[in-house]
Design a protein around this ligand. Structure first.
Ligand code: 6MZ
Length: 360
């Protein structure tokens, strides 16, 4: 495991509320149990359980949201999630989260996001670079070799705002407007996610089109269930990336491959939710062999008890890829990040430096 942890990695598909430590969720559940808001014994086994169907996953998210949706907890989980990724040498993290309104705690979508930003500011274990235009939040203007040698870790974090498939067109539009207003705080794009059997593509299309016109990057959860019309509409939309792509048929694979849309691959998530029946038939290897752009990601490291290092190790052993190929795969993710060229250059330096060290 040590080697997989040691290599620099890029995470592009991680949901904030899916990436929470079990210990934090249990602590939050205990507090709400003591207050009588929930029955701790009812939720404990749900949190501890590892096998989860797609339906169970979305029930779990409803529970997690009860535990986490207040400002101070959102700040806390953001801080912890960033620290956890940094601790396994994730050097660039695109963290996605659904801005939430919760009147009972005075929360608006904006104040939810401000709590997330507060969490990025609260990280102390590593240096966090999250805002492109604000020198105060950028510890180093750019990386030089001496900084790479320093022992203090640095992680770049950029944010994607998620639209939940339960939302209306108006609610989706509100999220896009918020994203536009928070660009100077590191918001780079929009994600469409949520229970794939809920909602219609046509509901989100106007907001996503607007987002694209305004220059936001877009990634879509595509093909988590077999929905032919939607898969085709999403591929025709030509988003900058898609997540999962589990249920494509021959013709759709052809369309995907000719479009060159990069795919965020989440192996453990797909196997656990049975979106793919077994790892040997996972589409990772076909896409990899076809040289189609792809990125290994965790999806929900807390919910699926995984880490990005584990996903790399799993891909290596399941598909017989050696350390050189896996390091190269990690490095090519730089091409598909939504941050600017300055960040890309810094990341190239980080990978080159790591490659020299590993080579020796
Ligand atoms: C689709 C998913 C997901 O946004 O509250 N989410 N959507 N498929 C998945 N695969 C298993 N995993 C997570 O994080 C949790 C939310 O992310 C989406 C769901 O909408 C979930 O409620 P945030 O931080």
């Amino acid at each position: 495991m040590e080697w997989w942890v040691s290599i620099p990695k890029i995470e592009l598909h991680a949901h904030l509320n899916g990436s929470i430590r079990d210990s934090t969720l249990l602590e939050l559940a205990r507090v709400l149990g003591e207050r009588g808001t929930i029955l701790f014994s009812d939720v404990e086994h749900v949190i501890r359980k590892n096998d989860r169907s797609l339906t169970e996953v979305f029930k779990l998210f409803d529970l997690i949201h009860i535990l986490t949706t207040d400002h101070s907890t959102v700040t806390r989980i953001t801080k912890e999630v960033v620290e956890d990724f940094a601790s396994e040498n994730v050097v660039y993290l695109e963290l996605r989260t659904t801005p939430k309104r919760k009147d009972s705690v005075g929360m608006s979508k904006r104040s939810y996001m401000e709590a997330v930003i507060e969490g990025l500011r609260a990280v102390s274990a590593v240096d966090v670079d999250f805002a492109p235009d604000n020198s105060q939040t950028r510890s180093f203007p750019s990386i030089d070799d001496t900084q790479i040698q320093t022992t203090r870790k640095k992680i770049y974090v950029r944010l994607l705002l998620s639209i939940d498939r339960r939302e209306s067109t108006e609610a989706a539009m509100e999220t896009i407007k918020l994203a536009l207003e928070m660009r100077h705080l590191g918001v780079v794009g929009i994600d469409l996610s949520g229970n794939p059997i809920v909602g219609e593509w046509s509901t989100f299309m106007p907001a996503l089109k607007f987002a694209r016109e305004q220059g936001l990057f877009i990634t879509l959860h595509c093909g988590e269930v077999p929905n032919r019309a939607e898969i085709n509409a999403m591929l025709d939309f030509l988003p900058q990336r898609i997540g999962h792509a589990c249920w494509l048929v021959e013709e759709e694979w052809r369309k995907l491959k000719s479009s060159k849309i990069p795919v965020e691959i989440c192996l453990t998530s797909n196997i656990t939710t049975a979106s793919v029946s077994s790892i040997d038939i996972h589409h990772f290897i076909d896409l990899y062999n076809s040289k189609h752009p792809l990125i290994l990601c965790t999806d929900d490291s807390g919910v699926f008890s995984t880490s990005l290092s584990r996903e790399y190790k799993l891909a290596s052993s399941a598909f017989g890829l050696g350390s050189t190929e896996m390091f190269q795969l990690a490095k090519t993710a730089i091409d598909f990040i939504f941050a600017d060229d300055g960040v890309k250059k810094d990341l190239i330096k980080i990978f080159e430096s790591a490659s020299e060290k590993l080579g020796s």
